[in-house]
Design a protein around this ligand. Structure first.
Ligand SMILES: Cc1cc2nc3c(=O)[nH]c(=O)nc-3n(C[C@H](O)[C@H](O)[C@H](O)COP(=O)(O)OP(=O)(O)OC[C@H]3O[C@@H](n4cnc5c(N)ncnc54)[C@H](O)[C@@H]3O)c2cc1C
Length: 468
């Protein structure tokens, strides 16, 4: 492991690079960067640094590499697997000051943006040109954090995950080289695809400073649709039906009855308390949209849906998604004194009903409140497993149920993390999911980061990179 205590001489050097006011060793700043939004144990960094350019980051990484000091990039700290927790202390590199949109090219559907920009702020600006960046994790994440975690969200069925919407990156490698990957072309078969090597690498291979993102036009015609079903099986089977119909929904979310009931506790929300699919469809013309909605209605009716409502306008649609995006906070408020493990799994869409059944079965068996919600169009389920904070037995049970769900996803040909990344929480499953590929990944890490300084302790089980 990299290790040299970060002493006053190192802090002086950091201040000489970014300016005194952009380095902090105060308890408040260190504590603010000690944990993300997960349950994982907090670890204090020794110093927090706010650089403003790739060249400053390059100088910091060269120095840290020379002195074997751990460096962990930090975007908005909204991760759910401990991804930005500085488990080995050292420096937190907070990208907040890289906050500029550099260029918008509406004709090419592209934006050049610095890594610290928050995606919601960027989308507010892009809307003036009738454009948006589609991946939408619930939290107001930074572009760098979304790239590092390969974030996704409700709109992935139609528009893809972050990886599908990044064309070009400027990065600083752990040894301090500033490199550029990709091009402005929407396709390329030019040598190794380094852009996609860095996407999803959780800040372990390089620090993203600037990205060129692919944008989508704001849809001319859209409609939300809500379908309620008699059973979970019918609702989840309808997911396969819609996805297999040739229609590409802009969003296709599954909520079980318990989740719908809690959301109905929110003032402006009122849905039948049944297993539900929340959907959205985008189209170029009103006629095409109506045709799609008719087909989806027929598919849902084929599964004996109890209610189907479509043609919801902008206000209604915005209200639905606002509440959907607040699901986690609403469930937490509805259950005082209870915390949740937010599980993140994905399987092929045809196996989604099996995944839901397995997760539901495990929670019902243990008499747990069973909250299931997911980006069903991608086969992505988020069971929320409850436990009582501070109660070891309760946490142990939640962890065991989580492990059982992970095994179910793997047995169905899926993945142990669809969009939250590996961080600390999913490291133990990497060997099982990737087999010998994991050794190839370690070779890549070793080649780019021989001293193991960049976000050590993530993705791989604790290892001894380099000679530190
Ligand atoms: C309520 C809630 C709902 C959520 N819903 C979703 C969801 O639907 N879909 C989803 O995908 N995620 C979701 N998330 C998780 C989280 O918002 C995403 O993973 C997000 O992409 C993290 O971005 P961030 O800016 O907060 O990054 P951080 O948490 O700060 O960092 C994430 C990782 O990226 C690294 N990193 C940060 N910036 C850089 C950079 N510039 N260069 C290199 N590495 C960097 C960090 O070291 C860390 O490993 C949710 C989180 C919450 C709290």
């Amino acid at each position: 492991m990299p290790q040299e205590n970060l002493g006053p001489q190192h802090v002086d050097y950091l201040m000489s690079v970014v300016g005194k006011e952009h380095v902090s060793v105060t308890a408040a700043d260190r504590e603010q960067h000690a944990r993300d939004q997960s349950f994982h144990e907090a670890h204090l960094p020794t110093a927090v640094v706010w650089p403003a350019s790739a060249s400053e980051i390059s100088a910091i990484l060269k120095y840290a590499n020379q002195h074997h000091i751990p460096v962990t990039p930090w975007g908005a700290g909204s991760s759910l697997e401990g991804n930005p927790i500085p488990v080995h202390g050292g420096i937190i590199l907070d990208l907040l000051r890289l906050d500029r949109i550099l260029a918008i090219r509406p004709d090419d559907f592209q934006v050049d943006v610095q890594a610290g920009v928050r995606y919601k702020d960027m989308n507010a600006q892009l809307a003036r040109d009738g454009l948006f960046f589609a991946p939408d994790p619930g939290a107001n994440a930074s572009i760098g954090g979304m790239i590092a975690n390969n974030a996704a969200g409700t709109r992935t069925p139609r528009y893809g995950a972050t990886k599908d919407n990044v064309l070009r990156l400027e990065l600083v490698t752990p040894t301090g080289d500033i490199i550029h990957t990709g091009s402005l072309a929407h396709k390329s078969s030019s040598a190794y695809d380094l852009t996609h090597l860095f996407i999803g690498s959780e800040g372990t291979l390089g620090v993203v400073t600037t990205a060129t993102l692919r944008l989508a036009p704001l849809p001319e015609q859209f409609s939300a649709a809500v379908a309620s079903f008699e059973t979970v099986t019918a609702a989840t089977r309808a997911v396969s039906g819609v996805m297999g119909s040739g229609i590409v929904p802009a969003a296709l979310e599954f909520l079980n009855t318990a989740v719908v009931r809690e959301l109905n506790g929110v003032e402006e929300f009122s849905l039948p308390e049944r297993p539900t699919l929340l959907m959205e469809f985008h189209s170029a013309t009103a006629a095409a949209l109506q045709e799609e909605l008719g087909l989806v209605r027929a598919i849902c009716q084929g599964e004996n849906c109890a209610a189907f409502e479509a043609g919801l306008g902008r206000d209604e649609r915005d209200r639905l998604w606002r509440v959907r995006h607040q699901t986690y906070e609403i469930l937490v408020r509805a259950n005082p004194g209870v915390a949740f493990l937010i599980v993140d799994l994905a399987v092929p869409v045809s196996r989604f009903p099996d995944l839901v059944a397995a997760c539901q079965g495990a929670m019902v068996r243990e008499n747990m409140k069973t909250y299931l919600v997911g980006h069903a169009g991608d086969g992505n389920l988020h069971p929320l497993v409850p436990y009582q904070p501070g109660n070891e037995a309760s946490f142990g049970l939640a962890t065991a149920i989580h492990a059982e769900m992970v095994q179910a996803a793997l047995a169905l040909g899926g993945t142990v993390t669809a969009e939250h990344g590996v961080g600390i929480g999913k490291r133990k499953y990497m060997g099982q999911e990737h087999g010998r590929s994991l050794a190839v990944m370690q070779t890549i890490k070793q080649a780019l980061d021989p001293n193991g300084i960049l976000n050590p302790g993530k993705i791989f089980a604790e290892t001894t990179f380099g000679n530190g």
